[in-house]
Design a protein around this ligand. Structure first.
Ligand SMILES: C[S@@+](CC[C@H](N)C(=O)[O-])C[C@H]1O[C@@H](n2cnc3c(N)ncnc32)[C@H](O)[C@@H]1O
Length: 440
């Protein structure tokens, strides 16, 4: 190993989580547990500027999520390309990067909604129900995510938004609705998917009007307050936006299509971890309720476009990258084949690193000489066999012509039920990589 693994817990431990963004201007529009904080971005930019003494930096975030990276970079005036495969996450990231909102239009649309809530249309049963059987309460099922009254309140908001003339405000008001969705539903997010709230049948009982009021309150307290602040900042000068550089789709393809060769100086990113969690499942309520996904076929289509970090798709027989650490881990896990909780497990692991390899192929084409990559990743374990994801990613980067500066251990993460047995927890790290690839 030509690089060191260094303890960075003092510097990174408290800023690797989204929690710090909870009360921060715009970042707070939607809580995204899988994200990191804006301080993480600030720290990296500070370090990069000290090293390279440059004022303008072209950046890339292949896995935008809630948009923390491109948003914070635009606040500092840096251009950042970004990609996000989930249409919901894309809307979230995109609306946070918009800087052309005006208070006049915002207030006009709020008034338009209030008007509509006063006398909403009555919806057909076909509209109230969806193709997803357990989304809305109806006869013949004993569990549902949304009570009928709640669904009506949500439909009023969605129909009201549909009447807006401007797409940009439609997106903003839809994200505001997403931010109250779990509060008014019967479920909470449990990390992997959703679970029913305690006593949800008896205790959680919102009326259609309650839903309108909770929504309008959120709009006023959070969104209006932040747009007022944006207006004040704009009064001092024009605001830059990374919105037009944000694309909805699969970064494994888009990286080759949307970015000029040798143009990227800095990549800051956090891909999905190799923990068999599927973001399509975790954000299912938003995808299904807000009209992003109409049926199971569309859900399958989205899953197929995501990084292969989960077992929800049959990935088929895949090759294993020729990296010793990976081949050994796969051979050790294969010994437990009889006990596998899902037959796709090994192909998920193979596919994950094939995807990371594709990403680095793209990066080697698109990054400038001496460009830097900061990639936040966590190790993984199945059947007590640890997969040193960070070290394997380092090998992949090296094979694509990059130099590893160091692996920075940010913290130890708890192991999930499928990963029991790794008592000290799994390393979550930030890999620092440099592009020395003169031939790119
Ligand atoms: C760990 S999250 C990123 C969090 C982000 N750094 C933040 O602070 O919000 C990973 C994101 O990658 C997205 N994703 C998964 N596969 C993708 C793909 N093939 N192309 C683009 N985005 C993808 C997921 O939908 C998820 O939003």
């Amino acid at each position: 190993m030509s690089y060191k693994i260094v303890d960075y817990s003092k510097e990174y431990e408290s800023i690797m989580q989204f929690g710090k963004n909870k009360n921060v201007y715009i970042h707070r529009w939607y809580p995204f547990v899988e994200g990191y904080s804006k301080e993480f971005i600030l720290k990296i930019i500070d370090e990069y500027k000290k090293t390279y003494k440059c004022e303008s930096i072209v950046c890339l975030e292949p896995f935008a999520g809630s948009g923390t990276t491109p948003l914070e970079l635009q606040n500092m005036g840096h251009l950042c390309y970004s990609f996000e495969v989930s249409p919901f996450m894309y809307d979230l990231a995109r609306c946070k990067m918009e800087t052309s909102y005006t208070m006049k239009s915002f207030d006009k649309y709020v008034a338009q909604l209030e008007d509509y809530f006063f006398n909403p249309e009555s919806y057909s049963e076909e509209k109230i129900q969806t193709k997803f059987k357990t989304l809305v309460e109806h006869e013949g099922i004993d569990k549902w995510l949304l009570d009928r009254e709640v669904r009506l309140g949500i439909l009023d908001i969605l129909e009201g938004i549909k009447k807006f003339y401007s797409k940009k405000y439609q997106r903003l008001f839809k994200v505001a609705l997403a931010s109250i969705l779990l509060d008014v539903s019967n479920v909470y997010r449990n990390g992997k998917c959703v679970s029913y709230k305690k006593n949800w049948k008896t205790d959680v009982n919102y009326s259609r009007k309650d839903v309108h009021n909770i929504y309008l309150k959120r709009i006023d307290n959070i969104f209006r307050a932040d747009l007022l602040q944006m207006q004040k900042i704009k009064n001092k000068g024009k605001l830059f936006s990374n919105g037009i550089y944000c694309y909805c789709g699969d970064c494994r393809k888009l990286i080759f299509e949307k970015i000029p060769d040798k143009s990227v100086d800095l990549v800051i990113t956090s891909p999905p971890y190799l923990n068999s969690r599927d973001y399509t499942d975790t954000y299912m309520v938003e995808l299904k309720t807000l009209g992003y996904m109409e049926d199971l076929c569309e859900i399958k289509g989205l899953r197929e476009k995501t990084l292969r970090s989960h077992v929800q798709v049959k990935w088929g027989e895949l090759e294993t990258l020729k990296i010793d650490e990976l081949q050994q881990a796969i051979a050790s896990i294969e010994k437990f084949k009889e006990k596998f909780w899902n037959p796709e497990l090994l192909d998920m692991i193979r596919g994950y690193f094939l995807d990371i390899n594709t990403l680095f192929k793209g990066l080697s084409k698109k990054m400038s000489l001496n460009g830097m990559v900061f990639i936040n990743i966590a190790n993984s374990a199945y059947y007590n066999v640890e997969i040193k994801v960070d070290e394997i990613v380092c090998k992949i980067a090296e094979n694509n012509g990059f130099n590893i500066v160091e692996i920075r251990e940010a913290r130890r993460v708890r192991t999930s039920s499928q990963q029991k047995g790794i008592s000290e927890g799994l390393r979550e790290s930030v890999i620092v990589i440099k592009n020395n690839n003169i031939e790119n």
